[in-house]
Design a protein. Sequence first.
Length: 263
Amino acid sequence: MTVRTNGVEGAAESRALVLRKLSKEYVRGKPVLRDVSIAFAGSGLTAIIGPSGTGKSTLIRCVNRLVEPSAGEILFLGQDLARLRGRALRGARRRIGMVFQEYNLVERLTALENVLCGRLGYVSPLRAWLRRFPQEDIDAAFDLLEAVGLADRAGQRADALSGGQRQRIGIARALMQRPDLLLADEPTSSLDPKTSVEIMELIVDLAGQRGIPVIVNIHNVELARRFAQRVIGMTGGSVVFDGPPDALRDEHLKQIYGGEAWL
């Protein structure tokens, strides 16, 4: 059973993202994504749920071209991201923030320096290498550290931080890009339940304050229900549910995850 509340042609907001017939094959003849068409609104949080190996991470990584799509369109800010190359692609990526499952921090750099890495696409290679950022960026990085509750850890190396602290730095770094879209790939999978809720609250609050739409790939169905305005369920590389959290029933979860013993 498929529940749909948003048509592919229905997103008109400037920060909307539209996927049309997006497909990906890592091995020829074995699609991971199968002609996925979704229109994401230009605000709020959309959660993508589904079993491991169903294409959730691949979908998110196709959007910012960390994974090359095999076919289809990725329409964002008036461009088809799937067709961009070189400087145009680098420019588009600056507008898309990413929060990673394993944080992807530079361990030997301080918390502040890691946040400033969000501005690397905006400064010259020499200034980036010398870590000479404009004072405006340094001030903004301190403000973000305060916003994620780590102002007192600005000078501490990333490898001395806890998992939850690292993910807070990852969120601050992504927002430091001043993005038009925020992607989060399993941002809570390595964290305990309490910290997971805190991280989701931060993402929702900070992105919401800035009017940035969020797409999060997440295994925890209850977190998706709690924080998302829209849930997309995937299985076998296809969308089988698309609707508000309160429309997500056990029969949908059985279709998404298979079987019912785990419910």
